[in-house]
Design a protein around this ligand. Structure first.
Ligand SMILES: Cc1cc2nc3c(=O)[nH]c(=O)nc-3n(C[C@H](O)[C@H](O)[C@H](O)COP(=O)(O)OP(=O)(O)OC[C@H]3O[C@@H](n4cnc5c(N)ncnc54)[C@H](O)[C@@H]3O)c2cc1C
Ligand SMILES: NC(=O)c1ccc[n+]([C@@H]2O[C@H](COP(=O)([O-])OP(=O)(O)OC[C@H]3O[C@@H](n4cnc5c(N)ncnc54)[C@H](O)[C@@H]3O)[C@@H](O)[C@H]2O)c1
Length: 472
């Protein structure tokens, strides 16, 4: 067995692990990085990148199908599902060099392509190598949770790890789970000409603003997606190409393919966490707000830590750990300024408190501003008038924002900046937005907030009359 001593050992070369490894190595630390599968983790290989690339094809298909509204006649469009998957693979391959073993070795990281397993409090074995580290960062991510539905184990099904390799277009895709994965893939497939049924045990996108979700649902249904809510899958069966699902409400759905998108489980089974006295639950490794596990020499970041499961959160966690493990500075991971976006059409994005949480916390002090997209001239020109920005304001400061509409994920960036820096609505009125842009909606939201204060205010009217009397 080969022995290595290092400053930092990172287990998992996905969004979180790669960011820690790159940062630590470039700041002069000795870094060892373990990866048991593909460099780049879920986001690059089985998650964000392939899903958003597939959505891009679906968006084109939809634009062509609705070109008539813009005075264009298009005929004879064919969907070549295999060619779309070729493009998905091509885009993944074009990003892969950034996450590659070669690039990281070039940064001075020792990359070992083996599975890591704890054999002591700060000792990990990976293949024929034993690594002893001053600090260890677990960034092993998550995998698709497969619910214990009778018959599922004997039935062929897809997960996010196999969906993007599928080359024959499903004639009828049944999806169990109406979270971000389920809905993004449902709409993309419907727009590519598949029949799609989503079975959701609770309500779809249950973490998001209910009013915004209902707009998303309206559009999904208009695209032909059948969405069954508040009913779980009771029984599943069938064979390749002929799958059936019975729901708790008694419906029987027959389709060609089944996608399981029913949440995530942390990748912890191979780690032998008890050997390092690290505590975990079903949802992830237990961490404090500095991302330390129950073993103070070991951190856990990203999906495996069981909190918000997004690439940008894994990257943010990496920064917190670098500050603490490398520079010895106090660092805490917060969540109130973390945005997210579900890339359906319309997109649905959020940052900060939800409306129910803000009501509980602030009661009567909460003010709500809703700015419709239809008031924005550029949205009219673009034909994307559906949607709104909803800002939850307390004492002049936004505490939560939901955006639903075209490019909501782009618009939420602005509000992420506002919340991260504790800016007020008055700061937003100071800016000037170029006309005509869709992002004008942000400034308009601040205008909508201040309008009643300015225009429905007796004192302002009295003051203006008085000033007008004395002005030369
Ligand atoms: C279909 C889909 C779409 C998504 N879309 C988005 C999106 O649009 N935006 C967004 O922000 N997030 C999205 N996500 C979530 C995002 O992919 C994850 O939050 C992100 O990848 C988590 O990063 P991570 O570093 O924690 O884990 P990962 O990126 O999964 O990396 C973990 C790595 O650890 C390796 N590993 C595991 N165990 C071991 C071990 N014992 N030893 C060595 N290596 C190990 C794994 O092989 C993997 O490479 C999506 C996820 C899915 C499934
Ligand atoms: N755009 C993005 O940023 C993006 C996209 C995809 C995924 N992600 C990340 O990946 C995570 C996982 O996504 P997800 O959609 O799998 O998870 P999720 O947990 O958000 O949604 C899973 C859904 O499946 C339902 N469900 C579970 N068991 C079921 C059953 N037996 N029958 C019917 N419904 C059932 C749940 O009620 C839930 O609504 C997300 O929470 C998010 O953090 C992000």
């Amino acid at each position: 067995m080969k022995e290595i001593k290092t400053d930092i050992l990172v287990i998992g070369a996905g969004s979180g692990g790669l960011s820690v490894a790159a940062g630590a190595a470039q700041m002069g630390a000795k870094v060892v990085l373990l990866e048991r599968d593909k460099m780049g983790g879920d986001c690059l290989n089985y998650g964000c990148v392939p899903s958003k690339t597939l959505i891009a094809s679906a968006k084109r298909a939809h634009e062509i199908a609705t070109a008539g509204e813009f005075g264009l006649t298009v005929s004879g469009t064919q969907v070549d599902y295999a060619a779309i998957k070729d493009r998905v693979a091509h885009v993944v391959a074009s990003i892969a060099p950034h996450d590659s073993q070669e690039r990281f070795e070039g940064l001075g990281v020792t990359v070992i392509r083996e599975e890591g397993r704890f054999v002591g409090q700060n000792v990990v074995e990976a293949g024929e190598t034993r690594i002893t580290a001053r600090r260890i960062v677990i960034a092993t991510g998550s995998h698709a949770a497969v619910p214990p539905i009778p018959g599922l184990e004997q039935t062929p099904y897809l997960t996010n790890e196999t969906l993007f390799d599928l080359r024959e277009k499903p004639s009828h895709l049944i999806i169990i789970g109406g979270g971000p994965i389920g809905l993004e893939m449902a709409q993309a497939h419907a727009r590519l000409g598949c029949r799609v049924t989503v079975i959701e045990a609770a309500r779809v996108l249950h973490k998001d603003d209910a009013e915004a979700v209902s707009l998303v649902l309206k559009h999904l249904r208009a695209d032909g997606v059948e969405v069954l809510e508040h009913t779980g899958a009771r029984k599943v069966g069938g064979e390749e190409g002929a799958i059936w699902v019975e729901t708790e409400s008694g419906a029987r759905i027959e389709g060609s393919h089944l996608l399981i998108a029913a949440g995530r489980r942390p990748n912890i089974d191979a780690l032998d966490l008890p050997a390092a006295k690290i505590k975990a639950t079903r949802t992830g490794i237990t961490v404090d707000d500095s991302l330390k596990t129950s073993n103070p020499k070991v951190f856990a970041i990203g999906d495996v830590a069981g909190g918000m499961q997004f690439t940008h959160v894994a990257g943010y966690h990496a920064g917190v750990v670098i500050r603490s493990a490398l520079l010895g500075l106090p660092a805490k991971a917060k969540t109130t300024h973390i945005p997210w976006c579900t890339y359906t059409a319309p997109e649905l994005a959020h940052v900060g408190l939800s409306e129910p949480a803000a009501r509980t916390e602030y009661g009567g002090r909460l003010e709500i501003v809703v700015q419709p997209m239809a008031d924005i001239d550029r949205a009219r020109a673009n034909g994307t008038t559906e949607g709104f920005v909803k800002v939850l304001v307390v004492g002049g400061k936004p505490v939560g924002v939901t955006v639903v509409g075209h490019d909501a994920g782009e618009i939420i960036n602005f509000w992420a900046m506002v919340l991260a820096n504790g800016l007020k609505m008055s700061h937003i009125t100071n800016m000037v937005s170029p006309y005509p842009t869709v992002s004008e909606i942000n400034k308009r939201s601040a205008g909508t907030y201040f309008s009643p204060r300015l225009f429905d205010n007796k004192m302002v009217k009295i003051m203006v009359r008085a000033v007008q009397r004395f002005l030369p």
